[in-house]
Design a protein around this ligand. Sequence first.
Ligand SMILES: Nc1ncnc2c1ncn2[C@@H]1O[C@H](COP(=O)(O)OP(=O)(O)OP(=O)(O)O)[C@@H](O)[C@H]1O
Length: 185
Amino acid sequence: MSCPNRVLLISGKRKSGKDYIAEKLCTLLDGKCCILRISEPIKSYYATTHNLSLEALMSDGPLKEKYRKSMTEWSEEQRFKDPGCFCEAACTKAEAKELWIVSDVRRKTDMEWFKKTYGEKIRSVRIETDLETRKDRGWNFVEGIDDTIGECGLDDYDSWDLMINNNSDDTLKENLQSLVKLIAI
Ligand SMILES: Nc1ncnc2c1ncn2[C@@H]1O[C@H](COP(=O)(O)OP(=O)(O)OP(=O)(O)O)[C@@H](O)[C@H]1O
């Protein structure tokens, strides 16, 4: 496993814009970072066993929604055996870069694993986005997803290093500046 100087953990509700912010930040830091997704090893398994395109599962398209529930159930079984298994699998595959951005931290066990593994290198951000905006971006309440630990596990976490609003691009520049400051090595 390669070792970065900084690990930025991004959390937020579905369609809050975690990937969007991660990609904007990554582009701004041109070449110094890479984005990790804890969901990647889960989707990788699914793509292989269901003969699906991993790319389509990773993107913000309908395939991801179709399999989300069943992937969540399978991943819960794996986490029951080893809570950090997908965090570890995502890090094992990551490129050697100064900064890793983990764009889908969803559970307290994720936070715990990263803190235990990368200690002082960790910075965390929670993205807050209004319900109406998330709906405009395609979110709607799905029983078995939006009321589970994978979506609500960090709702009551109160030790974020930074909280940002992502309701529109009006605050994007300001948000990116705050993030750059936060990850200063
Ligand atoms: N500030 C923004 N301005 C315009 N569009 C945005 C903004 N933030 C996010 N979006 C759009 O909203 C949609 C959802 O964003 P994104 O996929 O980043 O959310 P997410 O939190 O990663 O969602 P999920 O948890 O479902 O993976 C995308 O189409 C993205 O382009």
